[in-house]
Design a protein around this ligand. Sequence first.
Ligand SMILES: *Cc1c(COP(=O)(O)O)cnc(C)c1O
Length: 396
Amino acid sequence: MDSVKKQMKIPFARVPMAGNEMKYLKEVLESGWLTTASKAMALEKKFSEYVESPFACAVNSGTSALHLGLEALGVGKGDKVFVPSMTFTASAEIIRYLQADPVFLDTEYGSNLITPEILETAIKKYPEVRYLVVVHYGGQAAKMFSDDAENITEICRKHNIRILEDAAHAFPTKIHNKMVGSYSDAACFSFYANKTITTGEGGMLTTVREDIYNRVKQMRLHGIDRDIWNRYTENKPSWEYDVKAPGFKYNMPDINAALGLAQIEKAKVFRDERQQVAEYYFDHLEDLMEVVDLPLIHVPFEDHSWHLFQVVLRKDAPIGRNEFIEKMAEAGIGTSVHYKPLHRMTYYKERYKLKEGDFPNAEKTWKGNVSLPIFPFMKEEELDYVCRTIELIMRS
Ligand SMILES: *Cc1c(COP(=O)(O)O)cnc(C)c1O
């Protein structure tokens, strides 16, 4: 590391909290009402306006949103659901929550997305599957729409397959001029601490269907037919409610929603900032193209949320991924791996007898994938240090 003069400390992610977070939190604490109430409802309104969706439901995690969404789509025991292997376990575990079974798909190398071709091949092989969990990987949307019929929405419509969007990475993201969250039965967002906007823990489900909205609203709070907070504001006696189903406890507390309200005010700035980081990497890592594959981008940069910037060290790179991560850490730079694919995870591998050979692209990615630091207000000198360190490691 001789020619990189001074050691810096650059985390994988840094959460910007420079807005109205404290102000809104203070309002919640002073109101005396800490759980779900006006702030959660205000966040639902702001979020649905942002993604141009008629209905939004705030919940306590992205995983809760996925679970509620799949439940509302009607998935039940014995159903089969397509899901990519190259994703976080939450995308698939929700299928098991409902006693259904995942059918794992490979993804396109470079984008880690399910493509229309991959989907069509899978449908031929598994014609009985009626559901798809599509992951908008890293913040780039899968090909949900296009000028021709070669897109995921159209293929699913033709084959009577219902779609659940795992949009945990995809706020704000567009596809073919539509906001992710504006067009589907269920799009599920995460506000986990390292996501593009955060409430600490939290999530949001958006839908264009009123019946799904009503089901999700009921199931996020014990299957009760009234919101608990309405019970104290409506004119009916506050003790009176009915239980329509054995629901869950997935509502978003106002403490968390307060953070979300401050963060969403900055969402556009955050996204633009992340894009600048991505552009810097594309410009400055170009010379390493023989040993490092940069992300494959199919959309205008403005349509990408830039949640992740994942590169893949190729087979002929001078060092392997694990050693690379160690060297980066020695230089004070945080990195991460997205993901070890699910077909390699003990539970899924053993239960579904999955073979590495069935996921050639996910395997090729897994051999060398590493995600570089990307966050709003990352300084030019930090970016310069990251890129020069990578170059040093790769050239040594
Ligand atoms: C973060 C994430 C989730 C889960 O979100 P939580 O808010 O942590 O529950 C689901 N899917 C993907 C792809 C994620 O990255």
